[in-house]
Design a protein around this ligand. Structure first.
Ligand code: ADP
Ligand code: SF4
Length: 692
């Protein structure tokens, strides 16, 4: 096994955390995952793999401590009574099996939970409407409620100890927690000893830390997660005023400080808006106020940055959620001197969408994420080849690159042919859009590893047609008798998508461009109107690009707001803000009904009332059409296929079904995993069922 560069030794020093010792400085901070109490085996397998990959501490997501804190649909952790212990024990066993410490983040969501499931009125320091648009109000806690909350937290800590956790959290790390609600004058208008002065508002936080230490501190470290800045300026807690004072007041009380910024969309900002290390300016002060270990996050994937953080005294342990999702083996790869094999997070927040949609999270970079238990996929191991067969992969986008890499890792002979001079397909093109540079990591990681595989040959500038494929496959020539088509998809220019099932009338009256045109360097002219009926990032990011290029830009969408699916990646607010600040004219809730020379007709989605907008260039962000002509041509020639000896022909990625990049990567990986294996059953993965 290669040895690590001594420069990184500092990252592998053990860290004492109260009564327990972490084997190194890699710390998987709590993160949601859409698995939670609903899918404990899926969850345990995912956490266990992080431990196997070298993380010294592996934490849960937020774990509700009581039925007054019910997150409804979201699949978070749950520890409401003893019957919830066995599900969590699965995780601690999986984590301990690989020598890591298991941490649990106990939570009470206060007024952030609507309690739709439990039907118990939510509780808060003071009466307040819940923070969603649910028609629910939280009631003001009485003294006995406060005593009960302390009791519930204590009981949950004891249950966590029984489940064999090594670290127990007291959680005020996002504005979504009851302890943060007590800390903040925005939510706490109490006039008793729990409200008013900062000392009073901190009282419950202090008491719960003390309770937890007293209950489980003999065996478990008591960690605190605290948001030192809410990024609300004087309206909220900031690292210059009360955020700092709270750390000063409680400095030596917990065994570990896990510090971040709030809300979650700030804490988990995407790479489109924040780069690696974006939290340092806020949390940097904490270490100077405490002798206890400090953990922080900032989408750290660079080992050099990590060393610098420790050397500069910013933190003692490198916290990571997304970098550990994208590469559960990040610590081991540094340890083994395999830095070029690190699968760096691209900061897209597709993982976060899993939590919002209450399904096991997926990851753009790591197709095995969420598949560890149900399909038995391991991020670093794959079944060896079953034969000496060769596979021709057509197309070097995310699907083709991942398929070629996974097949190559299995030991198959692979030829990857790409028609353009550049690998990466859509990822390369999209990474040149404003803010999306890091998305190029999807290409870089794969190309870097493919270049090391002797059994894989890559040919760029090789546009293959059906005849070429038949020739390549012919056994007496090259013998690549299996063909994977990863030829992508093309944005359509007729407007067909959700609102229009027929082409939009009058498109010939105006210059029409698609996202492909713009990414291929075609220039827009004059006033630009973008019609977005796709609803993810593309419409918004093109509006930004065109505005920055000096155009007058209007963005029209039938959806309630701009790039509406990005609520799931927690970017919607930032996208709309940026476009408004750039003076892009935003027209949500309007359909584009017809196009005339120099003008388009829009219709209100509710009243059908018509308005007109000037337009010289119309950009249609609607649907993509699979580039599957080759597939159909080959299928139409069964004799040719038989003569060439083609044994399997398969479409993967966007040419099979256009979707997000994560879906293309997953599709390529799946095809490689299933190649020459027993076909999966009717349901191709295991399910966790409710026990009757
Ligand atoms: P996906 O997301 O499914 O990987 P992309 O559109 O990103 O799809 O990538 C498809 C890639 O396939 C592009 O880089 C494109 O240039 C390439 N390609 C398309 N047709 C051919 C072909 N006939 N021969 C070789 N490469 C092709
Ligand atoms: Fe990073 Fe995107 Fe994977 Fe999340 S889904 S871990 S943000 S690459």
């Amino acid at each position: 096994m290669p040895k690590r560069d001594p420069y990184y030794d500092i990252l592998f020093e053990p860290v004492q955390i109260g009564p327990v010792t972490a084997r190194n400085r890699f710390y998987q901070v709590p993160h949601c995952n859409g698995m939670g109490y609903l899918r404990p085996k899926t969850l345990a397998a995912m956490r266990g793999i992080k431990a196997e990959g070298g993380w010294a501490v592996v934490c849960t997501e937020e774990v509700e401590i009581h039925a007054t804190s019910d997150n409804g649909l979201a699949a978070e952790g749950r520890l409401w009574d003893d019957a919830d212990i066995p599900a969590l024990t699965k995780m601690t066993e999986a984590v301990h099996e690989h020598g890591a410490l298991a941490g649990i983040e106990l939570v009470h969501g206060g007024y952030s939970n609507s309690n739709h499931y439990s039907r118990i009125p939510p509780i808060a320091p003071s009466m307040i409407s819940v923070n969603s648009y649910d028609p629910v109000q939280a009631r003001s806690m009485t003294k006995s409620d406060i005593r009960n909350f302390r009791k519930w937290h204590r009981q949950a800590a004891l249950r966590a100890k029984q489940a064999d956790f090594d670290l127990v959290y007291v959680y005020a790390g996002h504005s979504l927690t009851l302890l943060m609600h007590f800390l903040s004058p925005r939510f706490n208008q109490r006039t008793d000893e729990y409200g008013g002065s900062l000392e009073n508002r901190v009282r419950l936080f202090r008491e719960v830390i003390e309770d937890t230490k007293e209950a489980v501190g003999d065996k478990c470290a008591v960690a605190v997660r605290f948001a030192v800045d809410e990024l609300l300026g004087p309206k909220g807690i900031t690292s210059e005023n009360e955020g700092r004072e709270v750390v000063e007041m409680l400095a030596e009380l917990p065994d570990l400080w896990d510090v971040n910024i709030s809300e979650w969309e700030n804490d988990s900002a995407t790479s489109r808006f924040e780069k690696e290390g974006y939290q340092e300016p806020y949390i940097g002060f904490v270490k100077s106020l405490t002798s206890k270990p400090v953990v922080g996050v900032g989408r750290y994937t660079s080992p050099d940055t990590m060393v610098s953080l420790i050397q500069r005294g910013v933190m003692d342990m490198i916290g990571a959620a997304r970098p550990s999702i994208a590469d559960p083996f990040l610590p081991n790869k540094i340890e083994e001197g395999r830095l070029d094999e690190i699968r760096e997070c691209i900061g897209c927040n597709i993982c976060v969408a899993g939590d919002w949609l209450a399904v096991p999270m997926r990851c753009t970079q790591n197709p095995t994420m969420g598949e560890e238990w149900r399909r038995g996929w391991h991020p670093e191991r794959i079944e060896p080849r079953k034969s000496d067969e060769g596979v021709l992969v057509l197309g070097g986008g995310p699907a083709g690159l991942e398929c070629a890499l996974a097949l190559g890792n299995r030991g198959y002979r692979v030829i990857l042919a790409e028609s353009s001079d550049e690998l990466g397909g859509r990822v390369s093109r999209e990474s040149r859009l404003p803010g999306l540079t890091e998305w190029g990591r999807v290409r870089d990681y794969r190309v870097g590893l493919l270049e090391k595989l002797e059994n894989v040959s890559i040919y760029c500038g090789s546009e293959l047609n059906a005849e070429d494929i038949l020739e390549f496959s012919a056994e007496d020539k090259f013998g690549f008798s299996h063909v994977m088509l990863a030829t992508g998809a093309t944005w359509r220019r007729d407007g067909i998508a959700r609102e229009h099932r027929e082409p939009i009338p009058g498109l010939s009256n105006v210059s029409v461009l698609t996202p492909d045109d713009l990414m291929n360097g075609v220039s827009a002219k004059g006033k630009v109107l973008i019609f977005d009926d796709e609803h993810f990032y593309m419409g918004g990011v093109l509006a930004e690009k065109l505005k920055l290029a000096g155009h007058d830009v209007q963005l029209v969408t039938p959806a309630p707001d701009i790039s509406t699916w990005t609520h799931n990646t927690m970017e919607q607010g930032r996208i709309q803000k940026r476009l408004l600040e750039l003076d892009v004219r935003l027209t949500p809730q309007y359909n584009l009904v017809s196009v005339h020379s120099g003008t388009v007709e829009l219709a209100c989605m509710f009243t059908d009332r018509r308005v007109y907008s000037a337009c010289d260039t119309l950009v249609l962000v609607t649907e993509r059409i699979p580039n599957d002509d080759l597939h159909h041509t080959l299928l139409a020639n069964p004799d040719g296929i038989a003569q060439a000896g083609i044994k399997t022909l398969q479409c993967i990625g966007d040419c099979w079904a256009p979707g997000i990049i994560a879906a293309a990567v997953h599709s390529g990986h799946l095809a490689a995993r299933e190649f020459e294996e027993e076909p999966p059953g009717e349901v191709p993965f295991l399910r966790e069922r409710v026990m009757l």
